[in-house]
Design a protein around this ligand. Structure first.
Ligand code: C2E
Ligand code: CA
Ligand code: CA
Length: 625
């Protein structure tokens, strides 16, 4: 601890010396007396060093030097009158300007200045003290000890304060960081990482809030039409890029205040203000049209298209966000079913449709056990003699609750729920069993693409055929273009194996898919079945007639048989025979009939002249000649 003493009289300095004896222990004793503990116990140090100055300026310089050396004075005892130099007040002022912490003790015999006056220039007041001259030794001693201790405490306190301030600063920094982290986490939880658009959770939250406003709005769902194709052919990077592009496109086509969210995969959710369905549809139409444009994806021009389903909410109407999304989804499914690039508005019948579907699905899973299934057989006749060469097996389902349900309805449901395998096995086994009742005809069995793509499909069919004791050449497998073109390489191999085993292969519904005759060359086929819609249109539209002609023509050029299905009139039959179809099938000859009736038909070999169609007899009669 350092003490500064400034006085112009050398004698005074000597008096000071008496106050600070060199013998250690004296101060300790005094400290014990004063504070109840010795001065040297570490909390306070004995003033170890004193600096004596005779002039103010000298003292100011000493203070400056001490601070520069990092050893500041704790206390300065200052005389007031110190001619010829600056007086005590000025000395105090200058010292204070240099050292804010030092305690100043003004030692004077005159009342030249009031304490307030000196306090004003060298304050603060709690760091300025007065002692009157001549002083008592103990006065100086007490003052020195008390002020040294206080100075030390002050220093500790301010060090602690600085430390605290530093801690507070780091804490503040940390909390700011935490806050930033939290808001980043919140952002991640509520946004889709790929597009940075709100995600499903954010969408549902937004929808809930929007619902509370009590004004009309629209909830829409949008889904890309051929996204899987882009992903499969151009890769996932391209798929991701396309999703981002589409998201930006949607965002730029929605009205103000709308929310566009990526719900997952290639599915987007949108809600926006709209007074009525008409306005809503026109907004969604605009979005769908924009999505149908060509996007540049990693250097590829990609056209994908989109479907959209929407539901409008009027004040007092449906508000539950999950329900709204479900309804928009139903409308979206309807849009997808009715073709690409379309917008559909939800109506309650869609909900009803779904309920019915669920019921049918549930019923279907019990249909086999309950013996509700049967097969109908429809003859396929040769073009010349109109003799029955085979029968197409067509499944029938008669339910106690709903009566007969068309296979056009329940087969797709069975495909979706994978009941198709069990159903398909049942159909194949029953169709094969029926063969023994026919002299030499084949049975033509329909297989869904899902069955066809099943692993070990060939072995599976072969097992059934062996079990039934049937020769493969009496079995015709009907498959559609979708079954073979989705995985052409695998399909080509499967067909080849089947053909080698002796099975007949027919390409069903030909002309409705995307394949061309050029593409089908590489598949091992026996015949094409021209889709019913072209036969139906033959008499009315020139295009249909032209398509029928070219299918027959090219089919024959490839060495394939051509079966025309759905022949209902005599003139259709005539035209088809002239065009060169090898076989005919349709109501004109026979509707699909129960097994017993088919057995009956086949024993007669030729179809009865009372085939139900007035025009038929003449045709059939003519054929026999
Ligand atoms: P598909 O394979 O094209 O079967 C021909 C459909 O046309 C049958 O309808 C048949 O009854 C009908 N049809 C035949 N001749 C005529 C005609 O002259 N005029 C009209 N208007 N229709 C005719 P069905 O039996 O309702 O079958 C519909 C579709 O359901 C079938 O189309 C087929 O895709 C599927 N399907 C039917 N049975 C089976 C089956 O056992 N397995 C599989 N996987 N699908 C089946
Ligand atoms: Ca068929
Ligand atoms: Ca068909």
């Amino acid at each position: 601890m350092r003490i500064l003493i400034v006085d112009d009289e050398p004698a005074v300095h000597e008096s000071y010396e008496l106050c600070f004896p060199a013998r250690p222990g004296t101060l300790d004793a005094m400290a014990t007396e004063l504070f109840g503990e010795p001065a040297s116990n570490g909390t306070i140090e004995v003033p170890t060093e004193r600096r004596h100055c005779l002039q103010g300026l000298e003292a100011v310089a000493a203070v400056e030097q001490a601070r520069a050396d990092g050893m500041p004075f704790a206390v300065a005892f200052i005389d007031i009158r110190m001619p010829p130099g600056i007086d005590g007040r000025e000395t105090a002022r200058r010292i204070r300007a240099i050292d804010p912490d030092i305690h100043l003790v003004i030692v004077t015999g005159y009342s030249d200045f009031s304490p307030a006056e000196i306090g004003k220039v060298a304050g603060p007041a709690d760091k300025i003290f007065y002692i009157a001259k001549p002083f008592e030794v103990s006065e100086i001693q007490q003052m020195a000890l008390a002020l040294c201790r206080r100075w030390d405490n002050d220093r500790e306190l301010s060090a602690a304060r600085a430390l605290l301030a530093e801690k507070v600063a780091t804490l503040e920094e940390k909390s700011a960081e935490l806050e930033a982290n939290e808001s980043r986490a919140m952002h991640l939880a509520m946004h889709d990482a790929l597009t940075d658009a709100p995600n499903r959770a954010a969408f549902l939250r937004g929808l809930t809030e929007r619902g509370r406003q009590g004004t009309p709005f629209v909830t829409a769902m949008l889904d890309l039409d051929r996204f899987k194709l882009v992903n499969d052919t151009l890769g996932h990077l391209a798929g991701d890029q396309l999703i981002r592009e589409v998201c930006a496109t949607i965002q730029s086509h929605v009205p103000e205040g709308a929310m566009v969210a990526r719900l997952g995969g290639d599915e987007f959710g949108i809600f926006f203000d709209a007074e009525d369905a008409e306005t809503a549809v026109s907004v969604c139409d605009r979005i769908v049209t924009a999505c149908a444009s060509t996007f540049n994806v990693l250097g590829h021009a990609v056209r994908c298209g989109a479907s959209c389903g929407l539901v409008t909410s009027q004040p007092g109407g449906e508000r539950d966000p999950t329900d709204l999304l479900r309804q928009a989804d139903m409308a979206l499914n309807e849009a997808k079913r009715s073709g690409r690039n379309t917008v559909r508005v939800f109506d309650v019948s869609m909900d009803e449709g779904i309920r019915v579907r669920r019921e049918i699905e549930a019923g279907l899973s019990r249909a086999i056990a309950r013996n509700e299934l049967s097969l109908a057989y429809q003859p396929i006749v040769g073009r010349g003699q109109l003799d029955i060469v085979g029968f197409e097996a067509l499944v029938r389902w008669n339910t106690p609750e709903r009566g007969a349900i068309s296979p056009a309805i329940f087969i797709p449901l069975a495909e979706e729920s994978h009941l198709i395998h069990e159903l398909g096995d049942w159909i194949l086994d029953h169709a094969l069993a029926e063969l023994q009742h026919w002299p030499g005809q084949y049975v033509s069995v329909n297989f869904s693409p899902i069955q066809f793509r099943r692993s070990h499909f060939v072995g599976h069919v072969m097992d059934s055929v062996r079990r039934a004791g049937v020769e493969p050449h009496r079995v015709q497998i009907e498959i559609t273009e979708t079954a073979i073109f989705d995985d052409a390489e695998h399909a080509a191999q499967t067909l080849c194996e089947l053909r080698k085993l002796g099975f007949r292969i027919a390409l069903d519904d030909f002309g409705t898919g995307y394949s061309s005759l050029y593409n089908i060359r590489k598949f091992a086929l026996d015949c094409l079945k021209i889709d019913r819609s072209f036969i139906d249109g033959m008499g009315r539209e020139r295009e249909s007639a032209a398509i029928v002609h070219s299918i027959i023509h090219l089919g024959r050029a490839l060495g394939l048989g051509v079966i025309a299905e759905g022949v209902e009139t005599e003139s259709q039959a005539q035209a088809l025979r002239v065009a060169g179809a090898s076989h005919l099938q349709g109501y004109l000859f026979s509707k699909p009939v129960p097994a017993a009736e088919a057995r009956d038909l086949v024993t007669r070999k030729f179809l009865s002249l009372s085939g139900g169609n007035a025009a038929a007899p003449s045709l059939v009669a003519a054929a026999r000649h």
